[in-house]
Design a protein. Structure first.
Length: 158
């Protein structure tokens, strides 16, 4: 498998739409109370604004001309206050590997690339959110050395 990883560009948008839909459809399935069905969960305008933002980073994994994975990240500085220390964090907002390409090591290669990229930025850590209803994702993230930092809890009142 000849996998390449590179920065996304605006010409990738149409190819990425299916991956963005794949992630969004999972969210809709897991939490229809929060997420609404949308065939275009990421508009081209929003995608291009992310590409133009120096604090946001989108990388794609390709095999030949086929786009098989994407990771969307944002750098954020946590400002120091009386409770917390200053930190520079690289947040992973989205990670998706095409369904047909899963279990082939693409996700691990893409995340290794992200970890190396985070080191080059000299961020203190890389964080992401993962649904408790997605045990496969949790298992994947644990398999690459990530640990649970905290947990968000809720009570639905209506």
């Amino acid at each position: 498998m000849d996998l390449s990883i590179r920065k996304a560009n605006k010409d990738d948008y149409k190819s990425l739409l299916s991956l963005f839909r794949q992630v969004h459809d999972l969210h809709v399935y897991e939490r229809p109370d929060l997420y609404k069905e949308n065939s275009t969960p990421v508009s081209q305008e929003f995608f291009e604004s992310q590409l133009n933002d120096v604090k946001q980073h989108i990388f794609v994994a390709t095999i030949g001309n086929e786009l098989v994975g994407v990771v969307v990240m944002k750098e954020e500085e946590i400002t120091e206050n009386s409770f917390v220390k200053v930190r520079n964090v690289l947040f992973i907002n989205s990670l998706c590997i095409a369904d047909a390409q899963r279990k082939k090591g693409i996700g691990k290669r893409l995340m290794k690339y992200v970890f190396d990229f985070g080191r080059s930025l000299k961020v203190d850590c890389i964080e992401l959110g993962v649904s408790e209803k997605n045990p496969y994702a949790i298992e994947f993230y644990e398999s690459i050395g990530m640990t649970t930092k905290g947990r968000k809890m809720e009570i639905i009142l209506n």
